[in-house]
Design a protein around this ligand. Structure first.
Ligand SMILES: [Zn+2]
Length: 285
């Protein structure tokens, strides 16, 4: 009986732990990658499967938050998750904005997307200087981040990280509201706390509601494989028009804010997923 109980406890920990972790910032990335996975060409599916570690069992979405988990081990990678733009300008310029705090050019999420896209073009070559598994995981994660409006935010508030608000009755910072709270509240209220049901709903909208926009989302001018300037420009626009709008330190954000911003979050998750797939299809095509 005792050993049965400890076995039950082990099983409980094994099955409950991943769900608990996912609730903290993972759902947005999971949804983006899940949407992308369903839109990959056969060649891209094969490339992704051969690059993923065995334990992922071909499921890219299960490793879409890997880049957040290695931030501390790969300290150099933390500035690659976002872009700081000048306060209140609401524009993005690569040369002006895509650098880290030491001023090193290209060290921002847009530069990282370019860099890992270039690395992945080595796939299929005899040799490569790069770790293409890590390149795939970084690219898949950063395509999510660049579509989170406050990952292309203002410099002085660090993308909303220093703006204290209340999310309904709980204390939060505005950045966290956009990383997690809107998605979590949406899942709780409308999808029985089930991330797969929310993912399915967004996929249905991609076909029905946004069907006539999808070609434009996927499009990248000329022969480019990825267009991060477009994604970042849309991001700072959404940050100004929706995320920052009407919010000051101490704001209480409730249904007015939640219900008007929720469509923006779903739309950006959809775009991130559609474009990740389009980019991978162009890279491995
Ligand atoms: Zn990130």
């Amino acid at each position: 009986m005792g050993s049965f109980r400890s076995l039950a406890l082990v099983l409980l920990v094994v099955f409950v732990a991943p769900v608990a972790v996912r609730g903290w910032g993972v759902d947005g990335h999971f949804i983006t990658c899940k949407i992308a996975q369903g839109r990959l060409s056969q060649t891209a599916v094969e490339a992704v499967n051969s690059l993923l570690p065995e334990y992922a069992k071909g499921d890219l979405a299960s490793l879409c938050s890997w880049a957040d988990h290695v931030k501390f081990r790969y300290h150099w990678s933390s500035p690659l998750h976002y872009i700081d733009t000048p306060d209140n300008l609401c524009t993005y310029q690569y040369r002006r904005d895509c650098k880290d705090e030491d001023g090193v050019m290209g060290r921002c999420v847009a530069g990282a997307i370019m860099n890992y896209t270039t690395q992945l073009l080595d796939y299929g070559k005899q040799t490569s200087d790069y770790n293409l598994t890590e390149a795939l995981l970084f690219l898949s994660h950063f395509m999510g981040d660049i579509h989170q409006p406050l990952h292309v935010g203002f410099t002085s508030d660090r993308g909303g990280n220093t703006i204290d608000v209340h999310w309904f009755t709980r204390k939060a910072v505005l950045h966290h509201v956009w990383d997690d709270s809107i998605i979590e509240t949406e899942e709780e209220r409308f999808y029985g706390s089930n991330v797969d049901d929310l993912t399915n709903a967004i996929e249905t909208n991609i076909t029905n509601v946004w069907g006539d926009q999808v070609k434009a989302w996927e499009n990248c001018s000329g022969s480019q494989k990825t267009c991060p300037t477009t994604y970042a420009t849309e991001g700072i626009n959404a940050a100004c028009n929706w995320a920052y709008k009407g919010v000051t330190n101490g704001s209480v954000l409730e249904d007015d804010y939640f219900l008007s911003r929720l469509p923006i979050v779903n739309w950006r998750l959809a775009q991130g997923g559609v474009r990740l797939a389009a980019n991978l299809n162009r890279i491995f095509g």
